[in-house]
Design a protein around this ligand. Structure first.
Ligand code: B1M
Length: 209
């Protein structure tokens, strides 16, 4: 089995203790960090499909997520770009009622590598908490809201509406997450949308630059 496939299988099986070493072995064998990351993202899709099919349940999804996070920890220093230029501060969080953070963490990592200073509010972030963070931090140029559940899309809408109604200025709002479409992002008044972590970084630069 190729080293990268081993990483894939360990994520699917939720083997947190073994994943760090497996990622390092894949790197040492010449795999690119981006390819290893994509393999882990693919694993999470498999996990999601198994959940949909009733083959696994929430605990299994959770341990797979933990394994992926451990794998990402090994890749993080290698994915960070040249952030010597400062594009300001980006406030990021997963919206209220939503506990998914892997995608948000990847988006955060990529936006940081594009030259932003990140303030990560974590998961289950209320609209008011986003606004408070914009007030508390200096040079906020971007607010990034992630939502992974169809049931939390209204929370995404509320976050954007509350941020826009706050009267605070000087920043753009970008939204994304699996159920979010460019049409929905436009409909709720977001300034930008991105489908994945890489394009979120590109869009972030475009919005602020
Ligand atoms: Co849940 N979950 N989950 N889950 N989970 C999904 C999302 C689901 C699709 C699984 C399925 O049914 N196939 C489904 C949602 C269905 C829907 O709404 N349409 C689902 C469900 C139903 C649930 C629960 C309701 C299950 C239950 O309790 N019965 C529950 C909800 C809890 C809550 O949030 N309130 C729940 C819980 C969980 C766990 C806690 C167990 C765990 C999350 C752990 C964690 O994140 N720390 C979990 C997991 C792991 C998943 C799956 C399997 C994997 C998610 C993931 O990390 N993907 C997921 C199935 C799937 O995604 N196929 C699933 C990998 C990640 C890299 O991709 O997060 O999509 P993603 O992020 C991408 C893009 O979306 C985008 O870029 C990222 C990187 O490229 N992106 C942005 C994300 N945010 C962005 C922001 C941007 C721009 C782009 O700009 C700001």
């Amino acid at each position: 089995m190729s080293k990268i496939n081993e990483v894939k299988e360990l994520v699917e099986a939720g083997k947190s203790k073994k994943i760090g070493t497996a990622v390092q072995v894949a790197l040492d064998a010449g795999s690119q960090p981006g390819d290893i990351l994509q393999a882990m993202v693919d694993s999470m899709s498999v996990v999601g499909d198994k959940f949909s099919a009733g083959e696994i349940f929430v605990p299994e999804m959770l341990i797979a997520a933990k394994a992926m996070s451990k794998g990402v920890d090994v890749l993080r220093p290698l994915m960070a770009g040249d952030n010597s230029s400062s594009l300001g501060t980006c406030i990021i969080g997963t919206v209220a009622g939503d506990l998914h953070d892997i995608g948000k963490n990847l988006v955060s990592m990529m936006i940081e590598s594009a030259g932003f200073t990140m303030v990560d509010l974590g998961v289950d972030v209320s609209a008011e908490k986003f606004v408070a963070a914009i007030k508390e931090n200096e040079s906020v140029t971007l607010v990034a809201c992630s939502g992974l559940l169809t049931t939390t899309m209204p929370a995404l809408k509320e976050a954007v509406a509350t941020i826009k109604a706050s009267g605070l200025t000087g920043f753009k709002v970008i939204v994304g997450g699996a159920p979010v479409t460019p049409e929905y992002a436009a409909e709720i008044g977001a300034d930008g949308y991105a489908a994945d972590a890489g394009s979120a970084a590109v869009k972030a630069k475009e919005l602020v630059g």
